[in-house]
Each structure stands twice: as C-alpha cells, then as structure tokens.
Design a protein around this ligand. Structure first.
Ligand code: C5P
Length: 230
C-alpha cells in the first residue's frame, strides 16, 4: 500500500509581513519548507513527494531539495484547497491509493505522530487527521476587526479539537470530495472539511500541540525554540 506525500507550498503568507513567503523563511540551518520536506522524506513510506508551488515561485530552484529525485512539482492555485486539488490531479491513484497532505508551514511535526496517523488510517481503511484537544476556554464573538468586541457566549470546549496536518485520505475520495466542494462554493480550509461535506468519516488522531503552523511573526521564534529543544 503506497502513500503519495503532498505539501501545499504555494501560499504567499501575507500575515508574516516578511519579504518572502513564510515557507522560504530561514529556521535555524534551513528554510521552513526544507525542514518540512525533510520530515516527510525521512518516512520509509515516501517514494514520491508532490510539492504544490506558485507558478511564479523564484525561491524553490535555489534549494538542494529541487534536485531530489523523489520531488515532483505541481503548479499551485489561488487558495490552499486549489493547490491541494492540483496536487491530487497529478497523483496516479492506482500507484498511490492514499494521499497524505501536510502544510509546508508545519516544520515541527513529529515522525512518530505521522506514523500513528498512517497506522490508524491504513489499519481501519478510513481517513483521518492529526488533531489536538483545545485547552483554552473558547468564546464566540465578532470576526476580528469587525463589529463590537463583546462575547456572544462561551463554547463548550470538551468536544473541540484543533485540526492539524498531516491529513491522510484515500486519493480518489479526497479528489472527488474536494473538487465537488470547491465547485459548490464551500469554504474549505483543510482536507477534512471537504471529506465531511461529502459525508465521509474523518478520524481524529491525537497529535502533539507543538506541531504549530507558522502564521504570525512570533511563531518563527517559537519554532526556533522548539527546534533547539528537539
Ligand atoms: O495560509 P495558510 O497558513 O493557511 O497556508 C497553509 C499551507 O497552504 C501553507 O503551506 C501554504 O504555502 C499553502 N498554500 C498553498 N496555496 C495557496 C495558499 C496556501 O499551497 N494558494
């Protein structure tokens, strides 16, 4: 049973306010994308690593990663879901019946968590995602920057999870769900959203909360700190 590894890495990362997309920022000895790709390439299951890149990306070719024979580039799209769908279209489902999608911006994922995800999903035949239980008290309020700054109510947190990546699904089911959800105009921020929308089960596999997605400038300092501890 073979798994295609897919990293959407075509974002611009505007919330980082940096001079380049966040996947190309330096984190200790290499770029964020190189850290992330190295994690997936270290898995014994990885024979092919699909990378969805911006068609105008000027950075990737400068990395040694560009010459890795396992790497296959795909042109990404306007939104993350478009980039993932472009990657799925390039994957031969008869060769890779499963696809594991992992954000370029999550370089801290632990190999043991990925192996756990693979074991549970392939063992059960059902897709799933790494997720971590919510720790903070959760409030529903206005959208940041809009409306009055009052709490509407407190949301019961016992059943709430942070959806992380990797997310692992049967390639054909995910491709079908994602393309139909996008065509229907559904807001899709991860693979699981498309699978849920299409009525497929999604397993929650507990993963480490330090698998953070580098999003804001302060996340880079935190990621550096975690890397030094590893
Ligand atoms: O912007 P956000 O943090 O949600 O991006 C998550 C991942 O999706 C990043 O690795 C980013 O490069 C990728 N992405 C993409 N294509 C886009 C937007 C984001 O591949 N159009």
């Amino acid at each position: 049973m073979t798994i295609a590894m897919l990293i959407p890495a075509a974002g611009v990362g505007s919330r980082m306010q940096a001079d380049r997309p966040k996947q190309y920022l330096q984190l200790a000895d290499k770029t964020v994308l190189e850290h992330t790709a190295a994690k997936l390439l270290a898995l014994p299951q990885t024979t092919r690593l699909f990378l969805a890149l911006s068609p105008t990306d000027p950075y990737f070719d400068q990395l040694p990663l560009a010459a890795d024979p396992k790497v296959c580039r795909v042109a990404g799209g306007a939104e993350r879901a478009d980039s993932v769908l472009a990657g799925l279209m390039a994957i031969d489902a008869s060769e890779f019946p499963w696809t594991l999608v992992h954000d370029a911006a999550r370089p801290l994922v632990q190999l043991s968590d990925i192996q756990q995800l693979i074991e549970v999903c392939l063992g059960s035949g059902q897709g799933g995602i790494l997720a971590s239980p919510v720790r903070d008290t959760m409030k529903r309020g206005h959208i940041p920057g809009q409306g009055p700054s009052l709490v509407e109510h407190t949301v019961e947190r016992r059943q709430l999870w942070h959806a992380l990546t990797p997310q692992l699904f049967p390639t054909l089911l995910l491709r079908d769900a994602l393309s139909r959800a996008l065509a229907a105009g559904v807001a899709i921020t991860d693979e699981a959203s498309a699978m849920e929308w299409a009525g497929h089960p999604v397993q929650l596999i507990p993963g480490r909360a330090d698998n953070l997605k580098i999003t804001q400038p302060e996340d880079l300092a935190l990621a550096r700190f975690y890397l030094e501890q590893a």
